[in-house]
Design a protein. Structure first.
Length: 228
């Protein structure tokens, strides 16, 4: 008899990839979603999985889903991953046991500096740091950009108080891997950094899909097991 797995947050990137992995391993896969869909990430496996609508904060809807599929294994990957929603609901976003991040934006100001340093101004002339600084000041004034609120290192690293797995491509040209390296140095007690060779921005899975999924599964097994 095939083992049954229930995945919360199955409509997200990590949930859908885990579903594909488990299906290939011969599992019956069920998923929990908060809304009817459609879910672009599930197009390739939609006919092979069964979805339940439930809210993780609603015990009755969760109990109903568990009763229906009676899983041997439960993978809880549900979270508020849409950035604006996480800003509007910070407490809800923080109600997690473990976190998996892919090329996270930990220092928006430094990311802007890094991108600007690689963009030519005119011909071979690079953008001078003073011009980037002036542009950021204008953005703060005109668009009310609060650069400090978009900085999650040093004092902000205290927020990472649950087991956190961070993937980051070594060739990321969008967000510098140095910011993830700094987070891992600041929180070695909770943060594990996985460097992905030859991977650009959020391309760790593209470069090594099986290895990435196996790393996530092992991490979650250890993180959730430590909470039991």
């Amino acid at each position: 008899m095939a083992r049954r797995a229930l995945i919360t947050g199955i409509g997200g990137q990590d949930g859908s990839l885990l579903a594909e992995f488990l299906l290939d391993e011969g599992y019956e896969v069920y998923g929990i979603v908060r809304r009817p869909g459609p879910y672009e990430n599930l197009v390739s496996v939609g006919s092979r999985i069964e979805l339940f609508e439930a809210d993780l904060l609603d015990e009755l809807s969760l109990a109903s889903a568990l009763e229906c599929c009676r899983p041997h294994e439960v993978y809880n990957l549900a979270s508020v991953s849409f950035a604006p929603a996480s800003w509007d609901q910070p407490i809800l976003t923080a109600e997690v046991t473990a976190v998996v991040l892919d090329s996270p934006m930990l220092d928006f100001s430094r990311t802007v500096d890094d991108n600007a340093s690689r963009e030519p101004l005119v011909g071979p002339i690079d953008v001078p740091p003073t011009l980037t600084w002036a542009a950021k000041q204008l953005a703060a004034l005109r668009f009310d950009v609060d650069w400090l609120s978009l900085y999650y290192l040093t004092a902000g690293a205290a927020q990472f108080d649950v087991p956190t797995l961070v993937f980051h491509g070594e060739d990321d040209l969008t967000i510098p891997i140095a910011t993830s390296e700094q987070l891992a140095e600041l929180r070695p007690d909770t943060v594990e950094l996985v460097r992905c060779p030859e991977a650009d921005h959020i391309e760790c899975w593209n470069v090594d899909p099986k290895g990435t999924v196996e790393r996530v599964v092992a991490f979650l097994d250890q993180a959730v097991g430590s909470q039991a």
